[in-house]
Structure formats: C-alpha cells, structure tokens
Design a protein around this ligand. Structure first.
Ligand SMILES: *Cc1c(COP(=O)(O)O)cnc(C)c1O
Length: 429
C-alpha cells in the first residue's frame, strides 16, 4: 500500500495524463497487469474492461498470438529506418490493408498515431490539388461534433467548441464547418440534414481540398451515430463539386460498428482513409493513411514529385508485425456474430437507463453502447464508483459509454453492463 501511494504521489507531481493537469485531484489508478478483459490494479482489485483502452484492445490484453508476433519479430529487428529500406512486415501489412479496405484505396502511408495519419491525409489532399494546378483548393470542410486528433491540423477540423478553438485562436488553421446531421443511424437523411454541408460545398468548393468526416459514428466529439444515407449523399456531393473525401475510421475501423469499416454501412469508398487505434489490437502505436492510385499518381507527377512527410518511426516493424497478427486473428474469428452478440446484450442491458430522469438517451451500434446524460459527469466522484463496482469505464462530459474488447464473455459482459446500470441508477438525484 505504501509503495502504491508513493507511485501516485510521483505520478501526480511529474507525469501528464490525457486531458488532465499536473497535481490533479482526480483519482488515478496504478495498473499491475492486464489479461483478457481483466485489468489488475496494484492494490489487487480486478476490473472488467469496458473501454478496450480507447477502441484499441479488440482482442483483449496479453493475447498469446499477439505476444508471439512481438517476440518473433523482435528476433529479426525491433526497428529500422524506412527511408531507402523496406521490410516484409510493412509490405505484408500494406497488401492486407489494401485487400480488406474499399477497392479504390491502393496505397498505404504508415504513421505512428491517429492524429498524424489525419495530418498526412490533409497534406495529401492539399498536395493533390496543388499538383493539379488548383492551389486555391486547400481548405478542409467538416461537420460539428467531429474529433480527428490533437495535433494542430487535426485539431483544426475537430469540433470548435469541444476542441476549445477559442484558446488557439491565432494559431489554428481556419477550416469550414457545417452543422452535423440530426438523422440517427436508422433514419433516412432529409434535405435539412444534408443542406448545411451542401451549401458550403456549393459556395466554397473552389477553396475546398477535401471533406473530412468520421463515417457513421462520431466518437470523442459526442458519440453520435448518423444515417448511412447521409454518408452516401456526402460522397455524391464531393464528386459533384470536385472535392476529395477523407474518412477517418481511426475509431470505427476493424469491426467495431458491425462492419469491418463503417463506410461499408453506406456502401461508399473514400479517396483517403485514416486507420489507427485497433490496427495493432492495442499493442503498439501505429496508424495508416490509405489513398487511391489517382492521388498517388497525381502527387508523383506534380511538383515537387514527392509527398512531403516521413516520420522517424514510419512502418515500425514490431508494430507492423503485430498489426498483421491482429488482423489475421480478427478475420479468422466469427467477429460479425461476436459484435452482433455484444450489440444485442448492450441494447437489452442498457435500455433500462432510458427511464431515469437524468438520462437523455441510450443508443447502441455494433459493440458501442452510449448513455447520454443531461449534465456533465463529475469524474472525481463517479470514477471511484465504477472502480468499486469492478469495472473500468471512463466517461467524458455527458457521456458514459462502453466499447468492450470483442473477446469479452457473455458473463463478463453482463457483469459490466449490470455494474454500469447500477452506478447510473445511483446517480439519480
Ligand atoms: C483517437 C482518434 C484520433 C486520434 O488518434 P491518436 O492515435 O490519439 O492520435 C483521430 N480520429 C479519431 C476518429 C479518433 O477516434
């Protein structure tokens, strides 16, 4: 117990955490290990994981197949520079990604985080139009409640209010925003839903390089689910107005919404696709930006004939080998029925929360369950309640949400849902 208190003290003095302050009075829990869907804290408590470490750990923790992929790649090399050199793990992973993503996507740029893959996507779109002698097309158009990452380019296309654009007023690129659609996943997309984006495209297309969106599920910007028909209309408008479409599937990719990629709900393909998070099954940081042959060729044939980006740790072999193993694990599993079963359990189990006066809405899609409250949660009091109930759930703002590892057993899933429902019920003022 003493050493745990010391750890926490040292952490609070010296270590930053995501969206937090040094010397924060919010609770923090040292983790000893994680296995399957179970997180063991240093104090011995074991929690059922409801977060998949932010969409990533789809196969759970400490998976023997992924462990093996890491250790066997380690025998060859942990890393090697990617300038002028290449390797089997990167090539195999690129070919696999090309194979499983929509057909027009034929080229892969590896980066080390989701945010960077979004920066790369934005730069590709701008360089594409530059190479086509249309350098005025350099703005990005997006919708509100989006989240695309924390670097400056990614931040510039994330929700202006959630992303505190006011704080970075003079440093952020000014992009174009349209109101988000109100149609839910099940509803048709009305003229009113698409009108805001359509009018921006109509008025501004000569300045717009690309539209960037999270397909179907808007994640960290609000956990909103919208109609596939909206996405179809966006694709159509992008073609009509000569604007590229970037889809950010960093959160939705690899089965989470019930399709391998969320754009499959709408049967459309983007020109540029961003992947990350679950790409390595949560083992290592790796992201990818896929683009069409036309984009790659146009950039090659234009000025300066190169794409201007190249991370030090590009295509890290350990990460690529692990990603390949994670993809095989997923594709060789009955993931469609696994996700469908999680969806059914979430729907059935969370529904009761709908009746609580402090709950605005319960919504479920694939292996994502969301309880939206009327008021923002108090993490300081709420987080310990989830931990005491034996589950790891990390709410933000008005949202309590679950996206468990796909490998969760029916029993653990019911315990997770039961604990969450009980904590939410007890919040009742
Ligand atoms: C998490 C996320 C990002 C940013 O990825 P990082 O790896 O955190 O940089 C970008 N877009 C979406 C949709 C995300 O969910």
């Amino acid at each position: 117990m003493h050493s745990q208190n010391l750890l926490i003290e040292q952490d609070q003095q010296h270590v930053w955490h995501p969206y937090s302050a040094i010397q924060s009075d919010l609770p923090i829990y040292p983790v000893k290990s994680a296995q399957g869907v179970h997180i063991t804290l240093m104090d011995g408590r074991v929690l059922i994981d409801g977060m998949s470490s932010w969409w990533s750990a789809i196969h759970g923790y400490n998976h023997p197949v992924l462990n093996q992929a890491v250790t066997s790649q380690l025998q060859d090399m942990a890393h090697i520079m990617f300038g002028g050199l290449t390797h089997q793990p990167a090539i195999d992973l690129a070919l696999e990604l090309v194979k499983i993503t929509p057909e027009p996507l034929q080229t892969v740029f590896f980066a080390d985080s989701g945010s960077v893959s979004v920066e790369v996507a934005m730069k590709m779109a701008i360089q594409y139009w530059h190479a086509k002698n249309q350098p005025d097309k350099k703005k990005l158009l997006t919708i509100r409640y989006g989240y695309h990452g924390d670097t400056f380019g990614a931040m510039s296309v994330s929700d202006p209010d959630n992303g505190m654009h006011s704080l970075f007023n003079n440093t952020l690129i000014q992009q174009l925003f349209a109101d988000a659609p109100n149609c839910t996943f099940q509803e048709p997309c009305t003229t009113a839903d698409i009108a805001p984006l359509e009018s921006q495209l109509k008025d501004m297309h000569v300045h717009i390089a690309a539209v960037i969106l999270e397909p179907i599920v808007q994640g960290a910007g609000g956990m909103r689910f919208y109609s596939p028909e909206y996405l179809q209309k966006v694709r159509h408008l992008c073609d009509q107005y000569n604007v590229l479409l970037i889809l950010d599937e960093i959160a939705t990719g690899f089965g989470r919404t019930g399709r391998l990629f969320a754009c499959e709900h709408a049967e459309i393909a983007p020109d540029i696709l961003c992947l990350g998070k679950a790409l390595t099954g949560g083992y290592m940081t790796l992201a990818a930006t896929l683009a069409t042959r036309d984009i790659a060729d146009t950039i090659r044939l234009g000025e300066p004939g190169l794409f201007m980006h190249g991370p030090t740790f590009m295509a890290n072999p350990l990460a690529c080998a692990t990603a390949l193993a994670s993809l095989k694990l997923l594709l060789n599993s009955p993931w469609q029925s696994t996700v469908a079963n999680i969806e059914q359990a979430l729907r059935k189990g969370l529904q009761v929360c709908q009746q609580y006066p402090h709950v605005k809405e319960v919504r479920v899609l694939g292996a994502i369950g969301v309880i939206e409250l009327y008021e923002a949660v108090n993490l300081k009091t709420l987080q310990p309640k989830f931990v005491a109930a034996g589950v790891w759930v990390r709410p933000f703002n008005k949202l309590i949400y679950l996206m468990p590892p796909f490998i969760i057993s029916a029993e653990d899933l019911n315990s997770l849902i039961g604990a969450v429902v009980k904590v939410v019920a007890d919040m009742n003022p």
